[in-house]
Design a binder for this molecule. Structure first.
Ligand SMILES: C[S@@+](CC[C@H](N)C(=O)[O-])C[C@H]1O[C@@H](n2cnc3c(N)ncnc32)[C@H](O)[C@@H]1O
Length: 229
C-alpha cells in the first residue's frame, strides 16, 4: 500500500543540512505512526444474536433457544435489590442479563457469572473484567469458588426444562447453599408454569411465584421468583 505524505519543514538558512534532514525524518516518522494508528483494523465483536445462534447450533439442549430480548432482561432483573450485595448469574450466555444488571446499578465486581460454555465464558471475562467468571456447571458451584462473596440474588438464564430433574435439583440446592438466607432466585421460562417441579421445591424448602409475563420477547416468556419457604 502506498502512503502519500506531505511534510512541511520551515526553510531556515541558518540550519545545517544534517539538522534539516533529522527534522524531516522525525516528521515522516510521526506521520507514518499516526497513519498506522488510524489504519489499525478495529476488533469487531460478533453480534449477540449471531453468537447465540452459533452456540445454540453447537449445543442446542444446553443453550436452550434464543438470546433473550431487552424486555425479558428488564423483567428478570427489575426486582433485584442492587444495594443488597453480590449477584450470582447462572447461564449468562452472551451477557444480556449481565448488562441489564449493570445498567440497574449492580457493580461489575459484585457479579459472579457461572457459564458452562468455555467460548462464552472467555467472552464474558473480556466483556466484564471485574466480574468473577466461573466456567463450570451451575450445580457444582461451592461457597469456596465464590471467593468470599455471598450472593443476595440469583438470576438464571438456564434452560431448566431441558435438564433432567436431578440436575435441576442440584442447581437449586447449590444456588441457595452459596447465597444469603433470604436470597431470591429469578428464573425465566417459556412455559406458563415454574420450571422447577413441585417435589424438588418441597425437598429443598422453596416457594415460587410468577412475577412477569413478557410478551415482547421471542418467544414470549415468564419470570418466576423462587425463595426459601
Ligand atoms: C438460553 S442461554 C441464556 C443466555 C442469556 N441469559 C439469555 O437469556 O440470552 C443458556 C446459557 O446457559 C449455559 N448453560 C447451560 N447449562 C449450564 C449449566 N449447567 N451451568 C452453567 N451454564 C449452563 C449455556 O451455555 C447458555 O449460555
Amino acid at each position: 500500500m502506498k502512503l502519500k505524505l506531505k511534510v512541511r519543514v520551515k526553510p531556515d538558512i541558518k540550519r545545517k543540512p544534517r539538522e534539516v534532514m533529522d527534522k524531516l525524518t522525525d516528521a515522516v516518522r510521526r506521520k507514518v505512526r499516526r497513519h498506522k494508528l488510524m489504519a489499525r483494523p478495529k476488533r469487531r465483536s460478533t453480534p449477540e444474536a449471531l453468537l447465540g445462534f452459533g452456540r445454540f447450533v453447537a449445543n442446542p439442549r444446553r443453550f436452550g433457544g434464543f438470546v433473550s430480548g431487552p424486555a425479558l432482561a428488564e423483567a428478570i432483573t427489575r426486582d433485584v435489590d442492587t444495594a443488597a450485595g453480590p449477584v450470582l448469574e447462572l447461564g449468562p450466555g452472551t451477557g444480556v442479563f449481565t448488562r441489564a444488571l449493570i445498567t440497574r446499578g449492580v457493580a461489575e465486581a459484585d457479579l459472579v457469572l457461572v457459564e458452562l460454555d468455555p467460548k462464552l465464558a472467555d467472552r464474558l471475562r473480556e466483556a466484564f473484567p471485574q466480574a468473577l467468571v466461573l466456567c463450570c456447571k451451575a450445580g457444582s458451584v461451592t461457597a469456596e469458588m465464590l471467593e468470599g462473596r455471598r450472593p443476595a440474588a440469583v438470576v438464571s438464564g438456564l434452560p431448566l426444562l431441558n435438564f433432567p430433574a436431578e440436575e435441576v435439583e442440584r442447581i437449586m440446592a447449590a444456588a441457595f447453599a452459596v447465597s444469603s438466607p433470604d436470597a431470591v432466585l429469578y428464573q425465566f421460562t417459556y412455559a406458563p408454569r415454574c420450571p422447577v417441579r413441585d417435589h424438588i421445591m418441597d425437598r429443598i424448602g422453596l416457594v415460587a411465584r410468577r412475577t412477569a409475563r413478557v410478551w415482547r420477547n421471542v418467544p414470549p416468556a415468564f419470570v418466576y421468583r423462587i425463595s426459601r419457604a
